[in-house]
Design a protein around this ligand. Sequence first.
Ligand SMILES: *Cc1c(COP(=O)(O)O)cnc(C)c1O
Length: 399
Amino acid sequence: MKTGITHLYIPGPTNVPDDVRRAMNVPMQDMRAHDFGAQWLSLYADLKMVMRTTEGTAMLLPGSGTAAWEAAMTNTLNPGDRVLMARHGQFSMLWVEMAQRLGLDVIVVDVPWGQPTPVTEFARHLAADRAGEIKAVFATHNETATGVTSDIAAVRAAMDGAFHKALLFVDAVSSLGSIDVRMDDWGVDLLVAGSQKGLMCPAGLGVLGISPKAMEASKTATMRRAYFEFKDMVAMNAGGYFPYTPPTQLLHGMRAAMDRIKAEGLDNVLARHARLAEGVRRAVAAWGLQLVAEYPVNYSNTVSAIRVPADVDARDVIKIAYDRYATSLGSGLSQLAGKVFRIGHLGDLNEGMVLTALAVTEMALSEAGVNIRFGSGVAAAQAWFSTGRSAQTPAIAAE
Ligand SMILES: *Cc1c(COP(=O)(O)O)cnc(C)c1O
């Protein structure tokens, strides 16, 4: 018999705020009613605000982020198109695998896990591609497996520097709504996200931002697609409708999540994530442990991947936290399994929740055999959260 709440510190699904959960508890609606569509138009407008695009189109697809990956590729590319991608973690690796399965000709740049999108190497490939055979460049904004945030503006600059016309695909699944994403400024053509990370909803909606250039490409692109056809979706979305039965509950949840982001203010949301992430990093440093992320400039504000000492199995840390303390930490994926655990610090989160994560992690680390001084990480985070408070964004904005 478990008492109390189970603490969720995985980088997705994240905690769904109560008002978002309640907003989904509504009766089924007639999805063809004359007044059904109008209620969703503001949802797309708000998603565009979060993506920081005025030119682009926001789209919601039944499915998870992976579905949005597939929709982005199949709608805008042709079979056998050459594309440029990097592998530097589990998610960028899976994205490459999907591109290969769908029949794209992928130039894969392998980078040690812990490093960001290899901009210099991308620039070299783009400069060498005088014939313009590379049709798309892919970048994972926040590699959730390693806690590494990449510089998408630099990827855009590399493309522009080579006068390259390729489409820019960006995976923002674990950054949108938590780390600044600037779709228009960065010239992102296909921005891919999902509902269950920074957007604080259950899984089930793929989120896409589509630039005018990508939308134009979709009119002639010949990869096979049916369910995710942009043309059908755009025609119905114009009035707030779907070409098939929409997951209405999730749309209500997303509506409530957008209301929360607007009430807090997007810039404050991003600042809160930066502040909470820094508290986690100070704890990790106090424990004497290392992040997977190699360079501070790439430290992720939504997830920290933390290495355990070589004689400890990170899976034990995760199991102890879960079994003894009803706390979920993220696991090490693929080559990081057993070596790494992750703390997800995104979405509906505050200082007290982070301190709980750190306190439980200290016990789990200690019981798994790591030499930890109890309270060391918690104290480091407390000091960061408390001192200089006035210079930081208030948790509750003045009315
Ligand atoms: C979670 C995640 C995905 C996969 O999204 P799903 O919603 O699980 O399909 C893709 N990329 C990144 C960076 C992620 O964090």
